[in-house]
Design a protein around this ligand. Structure first.
Ligand code: NAG
Length: 192
C-alpha cells in the first residue's frame, strides 16, 4: 500500500511537470527590456509567447509580466494543494506544505491586487502614480518574501527528495517571474 502511494505520488509529480512550453521568437523589445531584470533568460522565455500583445508597449510588458507572475503563483498554489491531499507523507512534510499553502495563498492575493493597482496606475498622473507604484512595490516584495519562505520550508534534509525538489523548483520559478515583473514595473513610470 505504501509502495502504491509512492508510485501515485511519483506519477503525479511527473504529470504536473508536463507544462506546455510554447516557443515563440522573442522580439528585440522584449530582449532589451528583460536585460534589466535579475533573471533575463526566464524573462524572455516567459514573455515571448505574448509578443503580439506586448508589441513595444512598456505598460503592456509590465502588465503581461504581472499576469504571468499571477498565473505561475496560482498554478504553484494548486500544485501544493493537490500534494497536500496525498496520504502517507511525513508529518514534517505536511507541516511544511501547510505553511507553504498559506504563504502561496497570500502571494496569489498580493499579486492579484498588484494587477489591479497597475491598471489604475496606468491611467493616473503625478502623485497618484507614486502612490499606486508604492503599493505595488510593497505587495510584490511581500509576495517574494513569502515565496522564499515557502521554498526555505522545503530545504530541510528530513523531507522526501522528490516532493522537496519538485516544490522548490516550482516556487523558485514563481519567485523569478515575480522578481522580474517587479523590475519591469519599476522601470515603467520612468518612461512617462
Ligand atoms: C483576483 O481577484 C478577483 C476579485 O477581485 C477574483 O475574482 C479572482 O479570482 C482573483 N484571481 C486569482 C488568481 O486569485
Amino acid at each position: 500500500m505504501a509502495a502504491l502511494k509512492l508510485i501515485l505520488l511519483a506519477a503525479f509529480l511527473f504529470l504536473f511537470n508536463f507544462t506546455a512550453n510554447s516557443t515563440a521568437l522573442p522580439t528585440s523589445f522584449i530582449k532589451t527590456s528583460c536585460k534589466i531584470t535579475t533573471y533575463p533568460q526566464v524573462c524572455v522565455t516567459s514573455l515571448s509567447v505574448y509578443a503580439p500583445t506586448i508589441k513595444r508597449s512598456p505598460q503592456q510588458l509590465a502588465q503581461t509580466a504581472l499576469s504571468v507572475s499571477l498565473d505561475r503563483a496560482q498554478s504553484a498554489h494548486t500544485f501544493i494543494t493537490k500534494l497536500n491531499k496525498f496520504k502517507g507523507l511525513k508529518s514534517r512534510e505536511y507541516a511544511a506544505l501547510k505553511d507553504c499553502l498559506e504563504e502561496m495563498s497570500e502571494t496569489v492575493d498580493r499579486i492579484n491586487k498588484s494587477v489591479k493597482e497597475l491598471t489604475r496606475m496606468g491611467s493616473s498622473r503625478g502623485k497618484d502614480v507614486q502612490w499606486h507604484m508604492s503599493n505595488i512595490q510593497t505587495w510584490m516584495s511581500a509576495a517574494i518574501t513569502n515565496e522564499n519562505s515557502c521554498a526555505d520550508g522545503f530545504a530541510g534534509r528530513a523531507l522526501n527528495g522528490r516532493i522537496k525538489s519538485s516544490i522548490r523548483a516550482r516556487v523558485t520559478h514563481v519567485t523569478q517571474v515575480t522578481s522580474n515583473a517587479l523590475a519591469l514595473i519599476n522601470q515603467f513610470p520612468a518612461k512617462h
